[in-house]
Unconditional design. Structure first.
Length: 324
């Protein structure tokens, strides 16, 4: 009993510490030290998105992968060293892209405000601006995060929810980060943009139960279409997560999930939870996206507060890929 009590108290302290740090973020954090930071980030990000709109999905995913491992501390940006394999070289992160955007933004910000703005804040702002620039939702980003100097490959494996998670596993994974079931289904809506490699779902269409079968919950016509594009050993071909609408931030994702055409098991899992299923049904039958945009913005702000470092914790990196 004493051990359980101590463990509960430790969990409370961890939650309290993270919650207290999140409260130290502020919309006007750089008002005196770097008042032009948001315009610099927006302008530099736009220079990339205007030429390669698909980077919006990649940058949104990068922010998510950062926050779910050690909190939103920019640890996903750190390079591996001779003595350590970093998060970005972990299997779930090998397909991350857009690091050049973060580096370019950091360089531009450093020119105006040296050693002032963290890479963690820059990543949060870039993700927001990239989504907004493809006509997705806009949200205010509370700032004041500081950068962590630890990045461990195995922690990405244990913290990032994989595409084969079921509803129970997804709810638990999000709850561990302080996110509720609505946040889960709303943030899953980010799959309305972007692509995936065939290898992320090959088992689902070729060998779901180990008997050379496909997931029976999938639309058979969709399975056939995926097989035509993805041979069993294909690791390079990419597939749109929201076919026909992968470059538009809209509610079509929920329509395809309702039609049993969600690409991942984690997409299909949204139909197996009362709260997530109700949300899917609501937005798959609605032509308007305003409420989804509002919900997505709120959940992104909430996600952006996970495990942040503030005050004197962490550091302000001069180069995002290298600890000071």
């Amino acid at each position: 009993m004493a051990i359980i009590t101590k463990l509960l108290f430790l969990c409370f302290l961890v939650f309290f510490f993270h919650h207290a740090n999140a409260q130290n973020l502020a919309l006007n954090f750089y008002r005196r030290t770097c008042p032009s930071v948001e315009s610099i980030v927006n302008r530099t990000t736009a220079s990339f998105i205007s030429r390669a709109p698909s980077l919006a999905a990649a940058l949104l995913r990068m922010h998510f992968h950062d926050c779910f491992v050690r909190g939103c501390d920019g640890s996903v940006l750190l390079n591996s060293t001779a003595n350590n394999t970093a998060e970005r070289d972990s299997i779930p992160n090998l397909s991350l892209r857009g690091f050049q955007v973060i580096d370019a933004v950091k360089t531009a910000v450093e020119r105006s405000c040296p050693r002032t703005v963290s890479c963690a804040d820059i990543l949060a702002l870039v993700a927001r601006d990239a989504v907004s620039q493809i006509k997705g939702p806009f949200w205010q980003v509370p700032l004041g995060r500081r950068d962590g100097n630890v990045s461990i490959s195995n922690e990405a494996l244990t913290n990032l929810p994989p595409p084969f998670f079921n509803a129970t596993q997804l709810v638990a994974s999000f709850a561990a980060k302080g996110l509720d079931v609505k946040d889960l289904v709303v943030l899953s809506g980010g799959h309305t943009i972007g692509v995936s490699h065939c290898s992320s779902f090959t088992t689902r269409i070729y060998n779901f139960t180990g008997r050379n079968d496909a997931d029976p919950t999938m639309d058979p016509n969709y399975v056939a279409a995926l097989k035509a594009r993805c041979p069993p050993t294909d690791t390079t071909t990419i597939v749109q997560m929201d076919p026909g609408s992968f470059d538009r931030f809209d509610t079509d994702y929920y329509t395809i999930v309702r039609k049993r055409r969600g690409l991942f098991e984690s997409d299909a899992a949204l139909l197996r939870n009362n709260v997530t299923n109700a949300y899917v049904q609501q937005h798959s039958s609605s032509s308007g996206s305003s409420s989804f945009f509002q919900d997505f913005a709120a959940s992104m702000v909430k996600m952006g507060r996970i495990g942040v470092l503030t005050g004197t914790a962490g550091e302000i990196r001069r180069i995002c890929s290298v600890a000071n």
